[in-house]
Ligand binder design. Structure first.
Ligand SMILES: C[S@@+](CC[C@H](N)C(=O)[O-])C[C@H]1O[C@@H](n2cnc3c(N)ncnc32)[C@H](O)[C@@H]1O
Length: 362
């Protein structure tokens, strides 16, 4: 049996670094700087991924299969050293694999980063943080109580690429939601989808309900995405596309079995979110259900970092945007008259409140 050999160059044993042991001459181990470095590296991590997408790294590797950097650089007409540095940054984040100088897609990249991956986020990544320049002015936004250029100044410019980018994820969520809430049990479901984006919810529900019909609302300029997606899924003839502000657009009272508020409340502030909930209640027929999807921080606003950071992201780029807790929404839903509240998570990170309108007023 070969004896394990020391490497031919100096290297600290991983378990003996100061980060693990502290300084030997003190009995106090100071906290690691890792969380600070994580914040500093956050910017680079994001832009490394963005550059890899812009340069088509993932789609190229899908085409070539496992490849050395020299082959990839030739294929992509890029300088070898710069490409290697970028690829290593992607590997360091666990978003590509590298074995003995050969790079290849790992399961994460195949699923989320190639442009035709089954749950691709490729077109979401550039737009998900909101306008990048707003992050460079965050301190001023906090000081002033509003961003200098909120997305409300030109909502279509922001939402058009966003709702294209989120469609795949939200459509998976809305389709999978049937397993939890069985909208397909009523084949003639009438749906109202407010702020529908590409209408992932309305389309999924119509897919499950062959005699269903939907009113799909979004702003003028964004609603065309819903038109296109509904046509692609063959349900456009069962949709009415109703452009307008969801706070004021005309809605028939007690006319729907399902009203969807999909990721719309967190730009609206407390009053706006409550107003949408009240509009949903009025629109539902007795026994109908509201589906309210969003990112919900926990009550102490610290144990669900994804939702907490989404709240900060909203603050950075919108006039009134903050995320609200499960408790906030539960109270507002009950105050509006809803009962039988449930929270479901059809796919990871995508939670949805299901709230019933009573069948009869007691
Ligand atoms: C985050 S997207 C959510 C899209 C979709 N509901 C979903 O769950 O994927 C928010 C949507 O709300 C729309 N929206 C924002 N303000 C609106 C308003 N005042 N009236 C109607 N739609 C609005 C945006 O155009 C965008 O399509």
């Amino acid at each position: 049996m070969n004896e394990p050999r020391d490497p031919p160059y100096p290297e600290l044993k991983k378990s003996h670094t100061m980060a693990h042991k502290g300084r030997p001459w003190t009995d106090y181990k100071p906290p690691a700087a890792a969380p600070v470095w994580a914040a500093i590296e956050g910017l680079g991590r994001y832009y490394i991924l963005l550059a890899a997408l812009e340069l088509d790294v993932f789609d190229t590797l899908q085409r070539t299969g496992p490849a050395r950097v020299e082959e990839l650089a030739a294929e992509m007409a890029l300088p070898v050293d710069h490409l290697r540095s970028l690829l290593d940054g992607v590997v360091a984040q666990g978003l590509l694999d590298q074995f003995v100088d050969v790079y290849e897609l790992n399961d994460t990249a195949k699923r989320y980063l190639v442009s035709d991956g089954p749950a691709t986020m490729a077109s979401l990544i550039p737009v998900a943080p909101g306008p990048h320049e707003n992050w460079t002015r965050l301190a001023a936004t906090v000081r002033d109580g509003r961003p200098a250029t909120p997305i409300e100044d030109d909502p279509a410019a922001f939402y058009l690429p966003l709702v294209e980018g989120t469609f795949t994820t939200m459509f998976r969520c809305a389709t999978r939601a049937d397993l939890k809430i069985r909208y397909s049990a009523n084949p003639a479901t009438r749906v109202l989808d407010l702020g529908a984006g590409g209408a992932p919810w309305a389309i999924a529900i119509l897919n499950g309900c062959p005699d269903g019909r939907a009113v799909v609302n979004d702003l003028d300029g964004v609603i065309d995405v819903a038109r296109t997606k509904a046509a692609e899924h063959g349900v456009d003839d069962r949709c009415e596309f109703r452009a307008g502000d969801f706070h004021t657009v005309e809605i028939e009272p007690e006319a729907y079995d399902i009203v969807v508020l999909g990721h719309v409340c967190r730009t609206e502030g407390v009053d706006g979110a409550r107003h949408l909930i009240e509009r949903a209640y009025d629109a539902l027929a007795p026994g109908g259900r509201l589906l309210l999807a969003d990112y919900f921080p926990d009550m102490e606003r610290k144990f669900n970092p994804h939702a907490v950071l989404m709240g900060t992201t909203m603050m950075a780029s919108t006039e009134r945007g903050f995320t609200f807790t499960h408790k906030d929404f539960s109270e507002w839903l009950m105050a509006a008259g809803f009962e039988a509240l449930r929270l479901v998570e059809p796919i990871g990170f995508q939670q949805t409140f299901v709230a019933g309108k009573p069948r009869s007023r007691s």
